[in-house]
Design a protein around this ligand. Structure first.
Ligand code: SAH
Ligand code: DHB
Ligand code: MG
Length: 223
């Protein structure tokens, strides 16, 4: 592992083709000042999310795990004017920081941050008839990633994307005996998708400022 090199490449890519404007830097700063952990997607990863939003022509996005709103801002900006993003966040202090940064970034109209454990927020979404979502980004408590994925599968359409962050976890994904429940949950997710006819998926390993991890991308294809 050469963390300095991974970070240097992320910095070069960010300075050249990705970019990070004042509002995004402000969101990172506000989060840092408020004592939030710096675990938001990296600028290059966030740019990929924004590109995926545009690629699927998403109008409705569901995010699990808002933190300081960094990924939400990037995805919301990639939505059309009348697009909408609902982001679920367990921590009310984090949600408040996120709402301010989202507003400051000019996408307050498109983004709704809901406070509470995501699993508890899902029945209300269901009752409201929310969705189908065109893109679901799963990035909250990792033990529940398979549960969020299962819900997402029932609330997306053919052509939707489901993206799950942090599935590789320093390569522990490959270790059947890893003691970490979060890692076992990602293994379970992969096993689930092995026999799931409703998605076609892959996992891409990543290195960068956040170390060695990876994300799963699944295309929903229903008959
Ligand atoms: N998507 C964000 C990063 C999210 S970090 C970004 O890239 O900018 C993970 C977030 O999930 C944290 O803010 C954490 O508070 C939240 N979280 C943890 N458990 C949760 C739960 N059960 N329901 C909803 N959010 C949860
Ligand atoms: C953690 C959460 C994330 O979503 C991430 O991308 C990295 C780390 C964490 O909870 O430590
Ligand atoms: Mg993450």
């Amino acid at each position: 592992m050469d963390q300095a090199l991974f970070s240097a490449v992320d910095e070069f890519v960010t300075e050249t083709i990705v970019g990070e404007d004042e509002a995004l830097r402000g969101a990172v700063e506000a989060a840092e000042t408020a004592g939030l952990p710096a675990i938001q997607v990296s600028p290059p990863q966030g740019k990929l999310l924004a590109l995926l939003v545009r690629l699927v022509g998403a109008r409705m996005i569901l995010e699990f795990g808002t933190l300081g709103g960094y990924s939400a801002i990037l995805m919301a900006r990639a939505l059309p004017e009348d697009g909408k993003l609902i982001s679920l966040e367990a921590n009310s202090d984090y949600a408040e920081v996120a709402r301010r940064s989202i507003e400051a970034a000019g996408v307050g109209e498109k983004v709704e941050v809901r406070v509470g454990p995501a699993l508890e927020a899902l029945p209300a979404l269901e009752e409201e008839g929310a969705g189908p979502f065109d893109l679901v980004f799963i990035d909250a408590d990792k033990v529940n990633t398979p549960n969020y994925f299962a819900w997402a599968l029932d609330h997306t359409r053919s052509g939707s994307l489901i993206v799950a962050d942090n599935v590789v976890r320093d390569g522990t994904l490959a270790d059947a005996h890893d003691a970490d429940e979060a890692t076992q949950a990602q293994r379970h997710l992969h096993e689930m998708l092995k026999d799931e006819p409703r998605v076609d998926a892959t996992t891409i390993q990543t290195v960068g400022v956040k170390g060695y991890d990876g994300f799963l991308v699944a295309l929903v294809e229903r008959a």
